[in-house]
Ligand binder design. Structure first.
Ligand SMILES: Cc1cc2nc3c(=O)[nH]c(=O)nc-3n(C[C@H](O)[C@H](O)[C@H](O)COP(=O)(O)OP(=O)(O)OC[C@H]3O[C@@H](n4cnc5c(N)ncnc54)[C@H](O)[C@@H]3O)c2cc1C
Length: 419
């Protein structure tokens, strides 16, 4: 008998690894041909090894840092803003560097947002912290238009993948407090997301006797007496002792009719381009752009990745139209035309929308109503937005909750209690 983990994204892998390390026999069922879910990497014929989109971790993401340490891959996520967060406003060409790396940075005009005073930074944060449950970021900060444009909006969209007029002010405040509790250093995968976060986890799981079955969609769960007893795949029925359902919300709701899940999601669009020799971002490997379509530019060797979050407005455009629109902004800073080798990747349901209503729909990991089934995923109720950190936290919580409820899961069959 086995504990089934449905979905080999980071939430599923985190749950599976915790269970396997506790001595539980685990099988992971993954619908797609590869593990990793929304953290995917592949070989593009024109660009070489690419990720589905730039994924930034902050050193203040403690669960993600622990995950890297556990996998021995901390060296594969490299700092990209050692000198601070560099921004340019496309409207007037203003440039500035936010440097939260030492002391009370908001009091130093050279280390905070250009033309936004220390009081604006502090009062904005205070207003966010005091915001009511249903308030959005724009509602709270609309009286600070320049600070909203240059500071809060880019941080909000990047952190919550939700535009400020929809985003929960409370979740944004909590995220800022967590991120800036220690000076945050952004990290980017130096080779690929797969190498840093996914493949070593699969390898470790297999070394512990776990099974990862890719290309194996779970079609249905069979229940009896408020328990899951088996799952159904195209290959037939698999009896299970317990289940961690770590699929995205819409798939989870299909497998567990009646489960309340957040329904609204937001897209992220990325453009990858191979830069010609000698062309590079003069500001360093990471640049924030204000006032255009392109939001963040990341350079890894000669590969440039441009990210647009909360990007639903772009979904109706063709990839060529998106590339042209995004490159209009890139050309301003790089001075070269769109390289022939480029790729646009649209992730329609990149994350759930972090609206007050959407966040209140996030279920806890044990909200299945079934004694031997738990939920995991970045869309479940964690203290953080839908991110890698959230996915990993949820996976660990699901595994812990199952082990507490069913301690015999970890007993090897040979020493199971005598009947
Ligand atoms: C373009 C992009 C950029 C992002 N940038 C960042 C970032 O900078 N920082 C950050 O922290 N986060 C970022 N995120 C979010 C991050 O990728 C996710 O929060 C995280 O990967 C979610 O992991 P998960 O395991 O919860 O879900 P998923 O990765 O979606 O995993 C769920 C898995 O379940 C599988 N599945 C679905 N149905 C079934 C079924 N019936 N049977 C079996 N398997 C099934 C799916 O194929 C999938 O592999 C980004 C996301 C995207 C798309």
């Amino acid at each position: 008998m086995t504990v089934a983990v449905i979905g080999a994204g980071l939430a599923g892998l985190a749950a599976a690894l915790d269970l396997a390390e506790a001595g539980v026999a685990v099988q992971v069922f993954e619908a797609s041909p590869h593990a990793g879910g929304r953290c995917r990497s592949w070989h593009d014929p024109d660009l070489g090894l690419i990720d589905n989109g730039a994924h930034i971790l902050l050193t203040s993401n403690h669960t993600a840092m622990a995950w890297l340490a556990r996998l021995g891959t901390a060296g594969l996520m490299q700092p990209v803003a050692a000198g601070g967060f560099v921004f340019r406003d496309l409207a007037d060409g203003a440039r500035w560097t936010v440097r939260p790396d030492r002391g009370p940075w908001v009091f130093d005009a050279k280390r905070r947002t250009a033309d936004v005073g220390a009081w604006s930074h502090l009062s904005g944060l205070l207003r966010l912290l005091l915001a009511g449950r249903t308030a959005t970021v724009t509602e709270v900060l609309r009286r600070q238009p320049l600070a909203l444009r240059r500071l809060w909006q880019p941080l909000c969209v990047a952190a919550l993948n939700t535009p400020p007029d929809l985003a929960s002010a409370r979740m944004f405040a909590r995220t800022l407090m967590r991120a800036f509790a220690t000076p945050p250093v952004p990290l980017l995968a130096s080779q690929s997301l797969d190498a840093a976060l996914v493949a070593p986890a699969v390898e470790r799981l297999r070394a512990l006797g776990g099974v990862v079955r890719t290309g194996c969609r779970v079609q249905r769960l069979i229940r009896q007496d408020a328990r899951v007893t088996a799952l159904v795949t195209a290959e037939g029925e698999v009896p299970v002792t317990a289940v961690v359902l770590a699929a995205p919300p819409e798939a989870a709701a299909e497998l567990m009719p009646g489960l309340v899940v957040p329904t609204a999601s937001a897209a992220i669009v990325n453009l990858h381009a191979r830069l010609p020799e000698g062309v590079r971002l003069s500001e360093g490997p990471m640049l924030g752009l204000i006032g255009g379509t392109a939001e963040w530019l990341f350079q890894r060797g000669s590969l440039l990745t441009v990210t647009v979050s909360a990007a639903d407005r772009l979904l109706a455009l063709s990839r060529a139209e998106i590339a042209a629109l995004v490159w209009r902004d890139c050309e301003v800073v790089l001075g070269c035309p769109l390289p022939a080798a480029h790729r646009v990747i649209k992730e329609r349901r990149a994350t759930i929308l972090a609206t007050p209503a959407g966040l209140s729909q996030r279920p806890s990991v044990d909200a299945t109503g079934l004694s031997n089934a738990r939920l995991a995923g970045d869309w479940t109720a964690t203290p953080v937005p839908a991110t890698i950190e959230g996915a990993l936290i949820s996976g660990a919580r699901a595994a812990r909750s199952l082990l507490q409820a069913l301690p015999t899961l970890r007993l090897p069959v040979a020493v199971a209690a005598p009947t």
